[in-house]
Unconditional design. Structure first.
Length: 282
C-alpha cells in the first residue's frame, strides 16, 4: 500500500503522517479546518531535528523529500479518492470516531482498508459505522513513532485476515515493529500496561502525596527507566489523558481531567509539543 490518508493532524496524527512519508509513502493529511492544517509546517520543523538525532539514516535531504510526499486538505472526498489505507487519529471519543467512519465509508474506493489508531476503544465498537467492517481494524502507534516504533495490529471477529496481514506489512514498511494482537483487548498490549501506571501516578499527584518531579525521579531512579510518568504525559500531550479521564467512572479520574484542563490545557500548556506541560521545554 503506497497511498495513505490520515484523518486528524494532532500530535500523533502528524507523527504518523511524517513517518509514513519518510519511508516513501504518498500521504494525504486531512483535518476539519484550515487552522489545523496551517500548523503542519511547524510540526515538520519540530520533528526534523528529532529524526536527525534518533535515526542514523536521516538527512536534511531525506526529510525534505518526506515533506514533499505530504499533501494536506480539508476536503474529505478529495482526501479519500485514491486511498489504499485510511488511518484515523481523531479525538478519543466513540461517537466522534463513529461519525468520522460513517462519512469515510460512503466515500472511499471499494478496496480501501480502514484502521483506527484508537488507544482504548475496540475495533468492534467502531467497525459497523464504517459500512465495511470486514476491512476495519486497529493500528495503534506509540507516541514518538520514529523511536518508540511499535505498531499494534488488532482486528475484530469480522476482520478479513488478508486486511489484517496487509496492515501488519504496511506497519513494517514504515519502520514499525508489527505487534499482532491476537484477541481484542481494550488498550491493546502497550496501554494495558501503561494506563494503570499513569493512573497510579495521577492518583499520587491528586492525593498530594508527591510532586510530579519527585514522582518521576522516584520511578527513574528505582527502575532505570528513561522517563517518569509525568514526562510521559508531556510526550503524549494533555488532550489524550483529558479525553480519556473526563467521563471516566474510575475514582479520581474526572478530578484529574479537570485539573489538566484548568492548570494546563486552558493555559495552552499542551505538553512537550507545545513547549510546556508538567515541564518546560526549549
Amino acid at each position: 500500500m503506497q497511498r495513505l490518508t490520515v484523518l486528524g493532524t494532532g500530535v500523533l496524527g502528524s507523527q504518523i503522517i511524517f513517518q509514513a512519508a519518510y519511508f516513501g509513502k504518498e500521504v494525504v493529511a486531512y483535518d476539519i479546518n484550515d487552522e489545523a492544517l496551517a500548523q503542519l509546517p511547524e510540526r515538520w520543523e519540530y520533528l526534523k531535528p528529532l529524526y536527525i538525532r534518533d535515526l542514523p539514516d536521516a538527512s536534511p535531504e531525506k526529510l525534505e523529500a518526506a515533506i514533499g510526499r505530504i499533501r494536506a486538505t480539508t476536503d474529505l472526498g478529495e482526501a479519500l479518492a485514491q486511498a489504499e489505507l485510511v488511518i484515523e487519529a481523531v479525538p478519543e471519543n466513540l461517537e466522534i470516531k463513529r461519525d468520522t467512519w460513517r462519512r469515510v465509508g460512503e466515500l472511499v474506493p471499494d478496496t480501501t482498508i480502514f484502521a483506527t489508531n484508537s488507544s482504548t476503544l475496540l475495533p468492534s465498537d467502531i467497525a459497523p459505522a464504517s459500512g465495511h467492517p470486514e476491512r476495519f481494524l486497529a493500528l495503534h502507534f506509540a507516541n514518538e513513532v520514529w523511536k518508540n516504533n511499535t505498531g499494534e495490529v488488532m482486528g475484530h471477529a469480522g476482520t478479513d485476515p488478508a486486511a489484517f496481514e496487509a496492515v501488519a506489512q504496511f506497519a513494517e514498511e514504515i519502520g514499525m515493529v508489527p505487534i499482532r494482537v491476537l484477541k481484542e483487548q481494550p488498550g491493546y498490549v502497550l496501554n494495558s500496561l501503561l494506563v494503570p501506571f499513569l493512573d497510579a501516578a495521577s492518583g499520587l499527584l491528586m492525593g498530594g502525596v508527591a510532586t510530579p518531579e519527585d514522582i518521576d525521579r522516584t520511578w527513574r531512579i528505582g527502575t532505570g527507566a528513561p522517563l517518569g510518568p509525568f514526562q510521559i504525559f508531556d510526550v503524549v500531550g494533555m488532550m489524550t489523558p483529558y479525553m480519556l479521564n473526563k467521563d471516566s467512572e474510575k475514582p479520581g479520574a474526572r478530578e484529574f481531567a479537570e485539573y489538566l484542563k484548568r492548570e494546563y490545557i486552558d493555559k495552552g500548556f499542551l505538553g512537550k509539543g507545545s513547549g510546556r506541560g508538567f515541564y518546560t521545554y526549549e
